[in-house]
Design a protein around this ligand. Structure first.
Ligand SMILES: *[C@@H]1O[C@H](CO)[C@@H](O)[C@H](O)[C@H]1NC(C)=O
Ligand SMILES: *[C@@H]1O[C@H](CO)[C@@H](O)[C@H](O)[C@H]1NC(C)=O
Ligand SMILES: *[C@@H]1O[C@H](CO)[C@@H](O)[C@H](O)[C@H]1NC(C)=O
Ligand SMILES: *[C@@H]1O[C@H](CO)[C@@H](O)[C@H](O)[C@H]1NC(C)=O
Ligand SMILES: *[C@@H]1O[C@H](CO)[C@@H](O)[C@H](O)[C@H]1NC(C)=O
Ligand SMILES: *[C@@H]1O[C@H](CO)[C@@H](O)[C@H](O)[C@H]1NC(C)=O
Ligand SMILES: *[C@@H]1O[C@H](CO)[C@@H](O)[C@H](O)[C@H]1NC(C)=O
Ligand SMILES: *[C@@H]1O[C@H](CO)[C@@H](O)[C@H](O)[C@H]1NC(C)=O
Ligand SMILES: *[C@@H]1O[C@H](CO)[C@@H](O)[C@H](O)[C@H]1NC(C)=O
Ligand SMILES: *[C@@H]1O[C@H](CO)[C@@H](O)[C@H](O)[C@H]1NC(C)=O
Length: 814
């Protein structure tokens, strides 16, 4: 029997020092952070008897955990997390990865199975671990409802179920000890009021973000210890809960809460540091009393219908760093007092219909790092406002306005700029040579203006440039070879201009080593440069290509911002197959868009060096000669060379580009025998070889190519199509047509159709092959990061797979 001493401890000391074995840092901080208030707990007095005594309870705990292990192994036969190692190297559960023991007893008090590749239902006997205080099942693909068993874990203080696909209505009313609750990014729905008020008393952190919760918000008053409440991206409606100002962080972003924000919410003792009411349906004036929140760091009112003046009282919130007021109807006058906000780094007043000249006051916000004034129909005042003198600024977004005339040379003195976004205006004339001085630029977006003249070679000075967007202008002349010096440049869009001349050999050097830029971005926090809305991300990704098309299915502010963060830090978010390999990896990759110009000559074989590029769009130019076989070395997902004058044979090597999804070779002058190897491109979802009148040979009746419609093979008199295709009879008569699929999300529709055709064709060649194709279709492109990293996206994945499974079952059972 071990001797225990019960005492109340103050903040600074830990109640008991748990054995962490190899818990990761996140978990450690979470446990160590628990200092919000004094805690009563048991403190072990170290005595030698521990070894001999008390082990029987641990043995029971161990038994439960072993049951948990075999449960998990049964549910996940492939790809298992580190729990498979349990009981292998050590028989003491306290040594196992993700198992946390108390010193007193010892007993198992924590289970961490986060990011352990677990799918299926939840384990139904956590309550047998009677001392369980900490349970983390986050970042897996658990589904189904939360079982009643969990509700019996009365000692649970920390519960993290975030980033799963759990659903159903919430019932956690038994968890009365809970201090931290994270349910974010799941599919819970229904009202919270039946569950939360009952367990509110000790709760400090509650994150319900990204679910389908609904109802009004009038039940948090009893949560007297609550400090962090995140209700963002749900369906909450009605009026705001007026007690929020005693929290430290409150987010209600992306809901349907309406009416006004009463001034009475903001008492003298307001303790808010972060208030995020963005993307709701608030209207009316905003209270000046928010200035009572003397520790406010971020105030985000973006995307409502607030009107009236910006309160001058806010000038006294000296801690304020971010003020986001975009997408509202604030009046034009910016109070002078805001100039006093010494810490203000981010000011977003986009989409407030200001118009006319840029207000003169903006040029005096010398402390700013980021100024967003896009979408305001300004016509003038770029220089008279003096914003070009804000030399410390790192992001300036003036896109979607009505500026005209030449680009001001003076901007070239804003040497701190990392993001300069002037797209969608009416700027004309040359791109100033001096812009090459902006040596810190990571994105230069001048697209959709009326710029003319040639691209200045000085743009080759940018060592950290990731994006160069000059599309849809009237630029002429050659592509400067100096651009090849931009070693970070991964996303180059020169489409729809009047560029001429040859593809410069040096251009194949762009993006050769973006790592230093990504590394420096990983070190610094990018809060100041992150855009609020999706339009920037959509433009920089150019969502018209299928690998990016999914962005449309997940258009929430939150997901766009996560994508933005991933891009800047160089984390890939769709799979590519590097260098002829069929191994799929999430590696960041770029695009080269040259479509709609007058470029001539051959594409150099050095193109094989562009190892970081997955999208090449050379469509509608005048390129000629043979297509270099070195293309096969690129991790291409999209290759469009339509409407050019390529000739000679289609390289059979293209069949080795395993991850290719879009291949458009139409309207060229290819000749020779069509390479049947292209039928091996199992990812292909869009293919076009139309109007290459000299191409001969045959399209194989099985394999991927046979899954496309006749419209992919128009105007090729010498090319022999499979019978069912040329006769326009599909599917073969022996098979009754499948039930019409439910309408899939837009970006998905092509895949779905292709999938069906693959299936049907497979049947034509026998069941075995059909199943083979099926299996393949299932296995490919499994976006793990959907679940774990970019919130909400997994839903897209899961829907798609489920839909397919249903249909397969329907067909197989016929
Ligand atoms: C839970 O585990 C305990 C202890 O191992 C066992 O007695 C009990 O039957 C289990 N309950 C369920 C529902 O499996
Ligand atoms: C829950 O887990 C996620 C992912 O593992 C983590 O990012 C988050 O911080 C955790 N939540 C809390 C409240 O600790
Ligand atoms: C809540 O969870 C979401 C998604 O997991 C995360 O982005 C957000 O930062 C969390 N909120 C808080 C206050 O920790
Ligand atoms: C803040 O002040 C109000 C009255 O002005 C009072 O009712 C409330 O209890 C105070 N809250 C805290 C946390 O002190
Ligand atoms: C914003 O408020 C104005 C007047 O109060 C109203 O006319 C307008 O329709 C509202 N806009 C939206 C998007 O609700
Ligand atoms: C500009 O930045 C530098 C270095 O970060 C800083 O020392 C200086 O005070 C800043 N200037 C203004 C006007 O904020
Ligand atoms: C971009 O330019 C192309 C060709 O000039 C044109 O077809 C297209 O409509 C333009 N796009 C936009 C959004 O203006
Ligand atoms: C390829 O480019 C051509 C010309 O720019 C365009 O018409 C066609 O739609 C593109 N193909 C695909 C699959 O996007
Ligand atoms: C197209 O290719 C054929 C066959 O190789 C050749 O005879 C013809 O001259 C080519 N046409 C053009 C316009 O290049
Ligand atoms: C292939 O390209 C031709 C010529 O541009 C076009 O008419 C046809 O519709 C395209 N086929 C498909 C499937 O997009």
């Amino acid at each position: 029997m071990s001797l225990l001493l019960v005492s109340c401890l103050k903040n600074s000391t830990l109640p008991h020092k748990p054995r962490f074995s190899d818990l990761n840092n996140k978990q450690k901080t979470m446990l160590l952070e628990d200092k919000a208030k004094p805690q009563c707990s048991t403190v072990p007095v170290p005595i030698f008897l521990i070894l001999i005594t008390g082990n029987s309870s641990l043995d029971i705990d161990k038994e439960v955990v072993m049951k948990l292990k075999s449960f998990l192994e049964k549910q996940n036969r492939v790809n298992q997390g580190r729990f498979v190692e349990w009981n292998r190297r050590s028989s003491n559960p306290c040594d196992w990865h993700g198992v946390l023991c108390s010193n007193d007893g010892p007993r198992i008090i924590g289970i961490d199975l986060s990011d352990s590749m677990i799918s299926g239902e939840m384990f139904n006997n956590f309550s047998a671990l009677t001392e369980l205080q900490h349970l983390d099942l986050s970042s897996n693909t658990l589904n189904g409802a939360v079982l009643d068993d969990l509700n019996r874990c009365h000692n649970l203080m920390y519960l993290n179920l975030s980033h799963n696909i759990l659903e159903g209505e919430l019932n956690l009313s038994g968890l009365t000890s809970l201090e931290k609750l994270d349910l974010s990014t799941n599919r819970f729905h229904g009202e919270v009021k039946f569950s939360l008020p009952a367990i509110c008393h000790r709760l400090v952190v509650a994150n319900l973000s990204m679910n389908g919760f609904r109802g009004e918000l009038d039940y948090f008053d009893g949560c007297s210890n609550l400090q962090y409440l995140d209700l963002s991206s749900n369906n909450f409606s009605g009026n705001i809960w007026t007690g929020f100002a005693r929290l430290i962080e409150f987010s209600l972003s992306e809901n349907y809460v309406t009416e006004s924000v009463p001034a009475s919410c903001f008492k003298e003792n307001c303790s808010l540091q972060v208030l995020d009411l963005s993307e709701n349906k608030f209207h009316g004036e905003v209270p000046g009393e928010i200035s009572n929140c003397k520790n406010m760091v971020t105030l985000n009112l973006w995307g409502n219908n607030f009107s009236g003046p910006i309160p001058s009282e806010w000038g006294s919130i000296s801690t304020l760093e971010g003020l986001l007021l975009g997408n509202n109807r604030f009046s034009r006058l910016i109070p002078e007092s805001l100039l006093n906000l010494k810490n203000l780094a981010l000011l977003d007043l986009s989409n407030n219909s200001f118009g006319g000249k840029v207000q003169e006051i903006f040029g005096r916000f010398r402390q700013l790092k980021s100024l967003a004034l896009h979408g305001n129909s300004y016509t003038d005042g770029l220089l008279s406002s003096g914003i070009h003198k804000l030399t410390n600024m790192s992001r300036l977004d003036l896109s979607y306005n009505d500026f005209s005339g030449g680009l001001p040379v003076e901007i070239s003195r804003m040497l701190g700029l990392e993001f300069l976004i002037l797209a969608y205006n009416h700027f004309t004339g040359d791109i100033p040579f001096e812009y090459g001085d902006l040596s810190n630029l990571q994105a230069l977006d001048l697209s959709f203006n009326g710029l003319s003249g040639s691209i200045p070679p000085s743009l080759g000075n940018f060592r950290s440039l990731l994006w160069l967007m000059l599309a849809n202008n009237s630029l002429t002349g050659e592509i400067p070879r100096e651009l090849g010096n931009c070693t970070s440049l991964l996303w180059l869009n020169l489409a729809n201009n009047q560029l001429s001349g040859e593809f410069p050999l040096e251009l194949t050097n762009i993006g050769r080593n973006p790592t230093p830029t990504f590394e420096s971005n990983r070190k610094s926090k990018q809060m100041n440069v992150r855009p609020m809305e999706c339009s920037v991300v959509k433009r920089l990704l150019t969502t018209d290509y299928s690998p990016f098309g999914f962005v449309y299915t997940i258009l929430t502010m939150k997901t766009c911002r996560s994508i933005w963060d991933r891009l800047l830090k160089g984390y890939g978010f769709f799979q590519i197959c590097s260098g002829g390999s069929s191994v799929r990896e999430y590696v960041v990759s770029g695009y080269l868009q040259l479509r709609g110009n007058q470029l001539t000559g051959e594409v150099p074989s050095d193109i094989g060096k562009m190892q970081h590029f997955s999208v090449l769009d050379f469509g509608s130019n005048e390129f000629n000669g043979e297509l270099p076989i070195e293309m096969e070395k690129l991790p291409l997902v999209v290759l469009n060379i339509s409407r050019n004058r390529f000739s000679g044979p289609i390289p059979t090597e293209i069949g080795n580009i395993k991850c290719l999804q879009d291949l458009d070779l139409s309207l060229n002058n290819f000749s020779g025998i069509f390479p049947e190897q292209l039928g091996m491109l199992t990812d292909l979802s869009s293919f076009n070889i139309s109007f290459n009148p000299f191409i001969a040979g045959r399209i194989p009746a099985a394999g991927q190519l046979a899954t496309f419609e006749k419209e992919s093979f128009l105007g090729n008199p010498l090319l022999q199509l499979p019978n069912f295709m040329s006769d326009n009879q599909l599917p073969p008569p022996s098979l009754s047509p499948p039930p019409p699929p439910p309408p899939p999300p837009p970006s998905d529709s092509r895949h779905e159709n292709e999938f069906w055709k693959a299936l049907v064709t497979g049947y034509g060649c026998g069941m075995a092959m059909g199943v083979g194709i099926l299996y393949f279709t299932f296995r490919k492109r499994e976006p793990k990061w959907f679940v774990t990293i970019v919130a909400g996206i997994h839903e897209w994945k899961v829907k798609r797979i489920l839909k397919r499974q249903q249909r397969v079952l329907a067909v197989v059972s016929e």
